[in-house]
Design a protein around this ligand. Sequence first.
Ligand code: PHE
Length: 467
Amino acid sequence: MTVSREHFGSRLGFVLAAAGSAVGIGNLVGFPVAAAKNGGGAFLLVYALFVAFICLPIMMAELTMGRASQKDPSKAYSALGGRGPIWGFAGIIGVLTPFMIAVFYSVITVWILGYFTAIISGDLVDLADPSYFGSFISSDAVFGYLAAVGVIVFAILAGGVKDGIERAAKLLMPTLFVMLIAMVIYTLTLPNAMAGVSYYLIPDVSKITPSVINGALSQAFFSLSLGMGILITYGSYMDRNTDIKQSAKLVALTDTLVAFSAGLLILPAIFSFDPQINTSELSESSVSLMFSFLPKIFVALQADVGVFWASTIACVFFLLVLVAAITSLVSIVEVPLSAMSERRTMNRKRSIGFMVLLLGAFGAAASMSFGLSDFFSQFVVYSGADKSLFDVIYDIFYDTILPLNGLLVCLFVMYKWKKANFQKALHEGAADRSMSWYDRYMNFALSGFIPLVLAVIFINTVMTKFF
Ligand code: PHE
């Protein structure tokens, strides 16, 4: 049965909505940490190449699959002729992946909410202490914040304010970007910041190792929301006369610009606050890096503009990051939700309630991975180490499944749905029908080069992560 779908009114509307969903924790937290960890400039270079030559074509393929099928990811494959176990599997992980990503995402959203609340109560200096993060994430305060995040997500989805929130986000996201740039400029004036700028911008190609390559690919997929069904879903809301190619380029560019700026904020800050830092220590970086250096920037700001203004700026900044995280979280939850409601097993409100509770249960378990429960903190052992539930979700869904989903999308559009059908659907709505060099590259790459790169990286990740 065809369910009639709402459509985005314009290309700008689509680009803003898709960029609003794509910009989130991945750009603001994940990217700077990954760049610090994986050799700075070396990572940035590999990342940029992946976005332009691997991810952008996949983004176009996913959007086209969504628009042509008018379906959610669990049904898009079969609607375009993909039957049998492989495409059935692709459909199932197309819905399972966004759910598990939402679990992992909600854990980090909770930390942001916790920091935001702490800033309101005036704890900037405490927050900048490196031990604060560890004790916060292993305290049972996280459950309260998790419940709050659940209520907010439920209220947005069920309360019929989703459109309003999205409209507000369209205003708040540019504000976040402007603030980010202003903070970058401020950080660049701090002593020794330039050492961070060179680490970030000058690639040392000898640092490009297989793990840097794997890290850059997963980060690019995550940040652009690829391989999690989100763009298939967004594509299904796209108008037939919107130019997919142009829109995808704008979304990828915006997303990458935000990630790049977040890196330009944090890496110089690290070198400024810790001038003796040894870059090999950075390879041990984790998310805690972001949560301690960001408050340090605001503490430095206190010396220049006073406690009141520094705290106010910190508050607004964390609030905007929180909004970015919540809008992204809502848009990921929407994928399994729309798959559920198209099957009409429950009415929408009940489906939302069910989904949020399920997310809360998994989110609570994953939140206990940092010491709150021995069971979840040492959930399994593989590749010689104790792994927490959070690690398992991260290793499987972020690092491994995203590229696999990308591979399935390429193989599907090129060999099952067929290149000619894909090309026709992709170009529907494009004002300019001439073939650019990029179109020619894409034609060739999607059917061979990209799947090959993804398959090699997938196999390498599985071998190094799990064996
Ligand atoms: N791309 C988002 C980020 O970088 C995460 C996300 C994934 C958002 C899927 C929506 C859907 O944070």
